[in-house]
Design a protein around this ligand. Structure first.
Ligand code: NDP
Length: 310
């Protein structure tokens, strides 16, 4: 029986691991096999994490957090959680490739998943021109024309990064107002390879074996104005949804779909179960706020265990 299992490997999970390990709780961190480090690990350069005035690569930041957690005694298990049983004093965590784990407390820090457009061609051409990750797939689009969908920081970041490879990057945004921070907007506006297509919705991604074009409609005129944009790839950056599938039916969720926690704490509706990071946060979703949330969860778990063990 373990004291604490932490599900996730982003900034929330790893910060919780650092605190819990220093509190000698010997935490087990389950890092999913396809998304080690969470979203931040696929980010090119993180410029707003305090302590790194020259910026830090997402994977580098993740690597440092992992190293720090392990240094204090956290055990990282690279496996996928298939199900959890969270009620009762002993929590059970089933894994895809190893024996189930039992623990007195669990921190759920499963982050969020890329949002989909749910339009024709999106699923069929995923991996064949449709992508959610410029750092993962951008390299395959040398000298190509690309579309990035979205108007937030992620879309700006993806577009700017893709100009390293592509000859042209169209940013397609459904309104005339960007949600991205001013600094990211200005960088995108200043990039000669980026062209904004305003008030436009993508309605289908086209191509036989690979992407060859995208169909756009004018957000205001609707179907009356349809254009076909010739592109070799479509990068979707329209936000994320909290990844809560493991806890459906066990933990209370908010109207926004995040795990409900009590006040400023990480306490869920079940004793001994805590939640942290993007999975509880519909608003801020920064690496630093996730890290802070991981701290809260580790402290809550530590206090819970101190109360219940003796
Ligand atoms: P956001 O929620 O900020 O932006 C999503 C964008 O996608 C919006 O412009 C939205 O349009 C658009 N959108 C949503 N759904 C659709 C749809 N179905 N069709 C077309 N467009 C759609 O998400 P991000 O991932 O960009 O950012 C999430 C958080 O992460 C933010 O807090 C951001 O600041 C942060 N972040 C920070 C970075 C940094 O600091 N370097 C880098 C990346 C992310 P509309 O505006 O019309 O709603």
């Amino acid at each position: 029986m373990h004291e604490l299992v932490i599900i996730g490997s982003g900034p929330a999970a790893l910060t919780a691991a650092i605190y819990a390990a220093r509190a000698q709780l010997n935490p087990i961190v389950i890092a999913s096999t396809d998304r080690i480090g969470g979203d931040i690990a696929t980010t090119t350069e993180v410029e707003n994490f305090p302590g790194f005035p020259d910026g830090v690569d997402g994977p580098d930041l993740t690597g440092r957090m992992l190293e720090q957690a392990e240094k204090f005694g956290a055990e990282i298990v690279y496996d996928d959680v298939t199900s959890v049983t969270l009620d009762g004093p002993v929590k059970k965590v089933e894994l895809a490739y190893s024996e189930p784990l039992e623990a007195r407390a669990v921190i759920v820090a499963t982050g969020s998943a890329y949002r989909k457009l749910t339009i024709p061609g999106e699923e069929r051409l995923t991996g064949r021109g449709v992508s959610w990750c410029a750092t993962c797939d951008g390299f395959f689009f040398k000298e190509k024309a690309l579309a990035v969908i979205g108007g937030g920081d992620s879309a700006m970041e993806e577009a700017i990064f893709l100009t390293k490879f592509a000859t042209k990057v169209y940013v397609i945004h459904r309104s005339r107002t960007l949600r991205a921070s001013k600094v990211m907007q200005e960088r995108a506006f200043a990039n000669p390879k980026i062209e904004f297509i305003w008030n436009s919705q993508i309605t289908s991604i086209n191509g036989e074996d690979t992407v060859t074009s995208a169909t756009l409609i004018d957000s205001i005129a609707g179907d009356a104005e349809t254009t076909e944009l010739t592109v070799d790839g479509v990068f979707i950056a329209i936000g994320n949804d909290p990844r809560t599938h493991l806890v459906h039916g066990q933990l209370d969720l908010t109207a926004e779909g995040t795990i409900a926690v009590s006040g400023r704490s990480s306490k869920t509706n079940l004793p001994g179960v805590f939640a942290a990071g993007d999975v509880i946060d519909p608003d801020y979703r920064q690496a630093i706020t996730a890290a802070a949330s991981g701290t809260v969860a580790a402290l809550d778990a530590e206090r819970y265990l101190a109360r219940t063990i003796s």
